[in-house]
Write a protein that binds this ligand. Structure first.
Ligand SMILES: [Cu+2]
Length: 115
């Protein structure tokens, strides 16, 4: 009897572990491309650092194309929040204008032309 209870308990734990595992595997990874204003390698570092946050798996900005390629988990973050984070760091995105105070604080070489 004791053994049966133990086995049942063990099976329960296993099924919980399997559930957690399944949820992890089911996480939807989205990759978006977003146009972000900027000039140089320092901008690249700033933009990518602003996206060093929970839910973002990878962020890469290209200074020549001004395109940010960002991969993120749909359950943790969304495109809009990501663009907000970039705008908060002082860079215009497709959707949001940069935070003015943050823009003013950018290094002289990073002060891209604002439309
Ligand atoms: Cu720069």
């Amino acid at each position: 009897m004791k053994n049966i209870k133990m086995i049942i308990a063990l099976l329960c734990m296993l099924s919980i572990a399997a559930d957690v595992f399944a949820k992890k595997a089911n996480e939807i990874l989205i990759t978006d491309t977003i146009k972000v204003s900027g000039n140089c390698d320092m901008c690249k570092a700033n933009i990518e650092e602003a996206l060093d946050i929970k839910g973002v798996k990878k962020a890469e900005w290209n200074k020549d194309t001004k395109i940010l390629i960002v991969s993120y988990y749909a359950s943790k973050i969304n495109n809009e929040t990501i663009q907000h984070k970039v705008a908060d760091a002082g860079y215009d995105t497709e959707k949001f204008k940069a935070n003015v105070a943050a823009y003013d604080k950018l290094h002289a070489c990073c002060k891209y032309e604002r439309k």
